[in-house]
Design a protein around this ligand. Structure first.
Ligand SMILES: O=C(CO)COP(=O)(O)O
Length: 252
C-alpha cells in the first residue's frame, strides 16, 4: 500500500516572510499523508529555522553541476544545508519557459539521485499532443529520457513521478479522474518495463494540474494515483490543509 503524498509547488510565490507565515497558520495535518513544499530558493533559509510540522522541504530548481560558471544557478550542495530533501525535475514550466531539454532533465535527475536527494520527475503532454492521441507515447518517452539507459545508475531512495498534463496546469481544466488514472497506470506499466515490477509497484505517481479541495478526492482515490503536486491551491494554508484532509479521507 503506497502512502499518499501531497506536494505543494509554490512556483514564484511567497517571500521568505510569507512562507514562514504560511506555516504559522497551517493547521495540524494528519500523519497518514506525507507532505512537502517546494518553496522558492529565497525562502529556504527562513523555513529551515521554522517549525514545519512534519512537512518536508523541497527546492524547485538547481543546477546539476557541483560548482562552476553558471551565473544565477545553485547547486545541490548549496541546498542541502537547509534541509532540502526533494527537488523538482522536468516541470513543464522549466521545459517550456527555460528550454530544459530531456537530456538536461535527465542530468538533473541523476545528479539529485547521486547526491542523495529525492528528485520528483514531472512529465506531461500538451493539448495538441493529447488531441493527436500521443499522450501516452509522449510521457513514456519522457520517462525513457531518464530511465532508458540504467547502466551504472543507482535509483534514488524513492521513485516519484508527477503526471502533469500541461493543458491542466493553472487553467482550471482538470483531467477527469478516469483519464488521469489511465495515464498514471500507463506510466506505472512503463516503469515496470524499465525498472522492474517491484520498483514500479512502490513508485509514487502523483497527478498535478488544477487540483483543488473540491476535486481531489476522486483523483486520489484512483488505484494508480498516489497523491498530488499542487500549484495554486497550495498557496493558502486552509486550502492546502483541506487537500491533505480530503486526500486522507479518500484513501480510507
Ligand atoms: O504545475 C503544477 C504543480 O507543479 C500545477 O499547478 P496548478 O495546481 O496551479 O494547476
Amino acid at each position: 500500500m503506497r502512502k499518499l503524498l501531497i506536494m505543494a509547488n509554490w512556483k514564484m510565490n511567497k517571500t521568505a516572510g510569507e512562507a514562514v507565515a504560511f506555516f504559522d497558520s497551517l493547521p495540524a495535518l494528519p500523519a497518514e499523508v506525507d507532505t512537502a513544499v517546494f518553496a522558492p530558493l529565497t525562502a529556504l533559509d527562513a523555513l529551515s529555522k521554522a517549525p514545519l510540522a512534519g512537512v518536508g522541504l523541497g527546492a524547485q530548481n538547481f543546477h546539476p553541476a557541483a560548482a562552476g560558471a553558471f551565473t544565477g544557478e545553485v547547486s545541490l550542495a548549496m541546498l542541502a544545508p537547509f534541509g532540502v530533501r526533494y527537488v523538482l525535475t522536468g516541470h513543464s514550466e522549466r521545459r517550456d519557459l527555460f528550454k530544459e531539454s530531456d537530456a538536461f532533465v535527465a542530468e538533473k535527475y541523476w545528479a539529485a539521485a547521486d547526491y542523495g536527494m529525492m528528485p520528483v520527475l514531472c512529465v506531461g503532454e500538451s493539448m495538441a499532443i493529447r488531441e493527436a492521441g500521443g499522450a501516452e507515447a509522449h510521457t513514456r518517452a519522457q520517462l525513457d529520457a531518464v530511465f532508458g539507459d540504467m547502466t551504472g545508475r543507482v535509483l534514488p531512495k524513492e521513485v516519484i513521478i508527477a503526471y502533469e498534463p500541461i493543458w491542466a496546469i493553472g487553467t482550471g481544466l482538470t483531467a477527469t479522474a478516469e483519464d488521469a488514472e489511465a495515464m498514471c497506470a500507463s506510466l506505472r506499466a512503463h516503469l515496470a518495463d524499465r525498472l522492474g515490477k517491484d520498483v514500479a509497484a512502490q513508485a509514487r505517481i502523483l497527478y498535478g494540474g488544477s487540483v483543488k479541495p473540491d476535486n481531489c478526492a476522486a483523483l486520489f482515490a484512483q488505484e494508480n494515483i498516489d497523491g498530488g503536486l499542487i500549484g495554486g491551491a497550495s498557496l493558502e494554508p486552509a486550502s492546502f490543509a483541506a487537500l491533505v484532509e480530503k486526500g486522507c479521507a479518500s484513501c480510507g
